[in-house]
Write a protein that binds this ligand. Sequence first.
Ligand SMILES: Cc1cc2nc3c(=O)[nH]c(=O)nc-3n(C[C@H](O)[C@H](O)[C@H](O)COP(=O)(O)O)c2cc1C
Length: 365
Amino acid sequence: MSLLFSPTKLGPLSLKNRLVMSPLTRNRAVGNVPNDLMAEYYAQRAASVGLIITEGTSPSPNGLGYPRIPGAFSEAQVAGWRKVTNAVHAKGTKIFLQFMHTGRIGHPNNLPAGAAVIGPSAVAAAGEIYTDAEGPKPHPVPKAMTEADIKTAIGEYAHAAKNAVAAGFDGVELHGANGYLLEQFIRPSSNRRTDAYGGPIENRARLVLEVVKAAIAAIGKDKVGIRLSPYGAFNDMPPYAEMEADYTYLARQLSALGILYVHVVDHSPMGAPTVPQSIKDTFRKEFKGALILSGGYDLARAEADLAAGKADLIAVGRPILANPDLIERWKVGAALNPPDPTTFYTPGPKGYTDYPVLTKEPQPA
Ligand SMILES: Cc1cc2nc3c(=O)[nH]c(=O)nc-3n(C[C@H](O)[C@H](O)[C@H](O)COP(=O)(O)O)c2cc1C
């Protein structure tokens, strides 16, 4: 019997299966507002999964570091997201909004007027960021956030969480992974602060835990999950000695706060450094809520990890990006469409809503 294809519960939510669509930035939100094309894209994939986690969406104008990514702070954005949640719920699928504040990963060219590239400390990330106006540009040195900036950002997450519920989302996922604002505070290479938000892990974890508490106060702990990338190196996040201890601390604190789930990223199938099984086991042991694992899953590995009790749910990114009918293909053992990286982040329907689905054999009359 397939565990992956069987219904389950995620806290109070009933899910039709244990497959989750990973958050995937697709840069189709022209003007930072979700639109009909995005509703079509999510609806296409909703039939395959029990839970969709949306692309990274900024709770603040300051967090719109990439071109054409959506926000969740304005009324127009709430109205746009409402189309998406309606289309997904019509397929019997739950949907969470991922909050991605890009922090120091960004460029003034990509930000609306009045917004700024901010971070824990004035330390630029190595590498470049794409801008529509001028192509790739070096990451700028971010403005080091004052305590007032930190309070503002926490308030923006809380406001956006309320907006998410108003837009019909079943909950929110805080993006604490992949080198964005929350992880910039967790990691000592990007956080050089000497105040209550820098130094020992109790301080470096303060922002993420305050954001979690603010989201819980805004919408309730059953509607809050978080994505973390222990050992992740993406966006200039080098390894350091206390990694295992720091993430163990986070697992315990998040468990005490009682949030719905932790979603652990493993990008080693994309060529990133290995994520030791020991840290995944630590989250399984220390965190009492649900655990979602992601990264390089195919059907066999998903079933094996569910059967071994390593995770409650399995998330997939590139397979569902390229195969809206992924679950049907897995059920019948059909070949998968390969993803086309040249259209991952380009505007318009090409490589977005035009991936082919299996054609059904004509039935005898
Ligand atoms: C095009 C693309 C966009 C992505 N955007 C996000 C994002 O917005 N938020 C996030 O947490 N991860 C993002 N990721 C990472 C994926 O969620 C996932 O962890 C990764 O693709 C590995 O899973 P897979 O092997 O199933 O594809 C992105 C990955 C890809 C390929």
